[in-house]
Design a protein around this ligand. Sequence first.
Ligand SMILES: [Zn+2]
Length: 362
Amino acid sequence: MATAVVAGAQGAAQADPPETTPGGPWGDGSSLSGVASYEEMWAILQKLEDRGAIELEAAPLQSNLGRDIPVVTIGDGPIPVMLIANQHGNEFMVSRGMMDLIRQVAGNDSPDNQAIRDALTVTIVPRVNVDGFDGGVTDEQGRTTPWRQNYDPTCEVGCDFWLEGRGYDINRYHSFSDSAYDNPYVEGDDALNEVPESISMRLLWDELQPVVMVDYHHQGTYVDEDGRMITGSIMWPNAVDTAAELGISEEFAETITASQRAASVMLQAVDSYGYANITRYPSTETPGIARNAYGLLGSASVLFELRGGIGQKSAGYIAKTASVTGYELLRSVADGSWETADLSVIENIRERGDYVGDPRGE
Ligand SMILES: [Zn+2]
């Protein structure tokens, strides 16, 4: 079979969402509070670069609307770390979290910041899906951004099939083979990948070879057994069948453990904040998902899903959780402590509970 259509796992919507604590009010998920537009993001980052605080460049490929994806580099240490966010255009609060993280690490000369900048080369892509966030385009049904996919109305195979004239899910098209341009759904080596944002992230990966790679998303709203709202979910690579086919099962097992140690650091970082309630993300083994693709390539790789679709007040928590977990991870990679992070935190993590919001994740 030449190609396969990649369908998002669409569960049936639940009629009666369970009561949650806190119980609302619910926002419609479209609040852009505190989130920079495309132009604002470039302007803010440009100012930081003018001050010498960061290096700013465009990702290797532009989006389909001809827009540049901003890539920020902080520090010049020997250990490369890469964080990306907002691959899904409607999951934008994590982009604010990454902007906060950039300001923090590039900000003052605190001992922690200096240690990070000396030990690491930190690459942050705060918004991968610039078009899906505010491309100013409409799909064939007249819907406007922000939406999940990129913008590619020519997409016929492999795009989210229930949406006409929209585009691809960027987080299904990361190549895990030798070439960044490989289409993960076409057998063998090829150059048929049609998702520039995914290719672009892989080209950056090739350039940087990050030791640790983190991908931030939003998930719908879920509750745990006690009815407490789940504020996030975390997961490491699990494409074990693909690893076996590639003959790299042993290396992949080590990568999983390293990824779990990175995840442990991030979990412990938010544990000290009373509001966090993090569970394991119930993920698939799809190899073209960033979490799996970059794990198969050898990076310790973590998916962090923060609760989305909420009102303005909680939006700040999402951004904060993203920046806090990112900062603690950078600190622990800089001082090496992540390599001995407690795995019991991962072994004891709970499964995600019942769904009360948008079912599509990762
Ligand atoms: Zn997502």
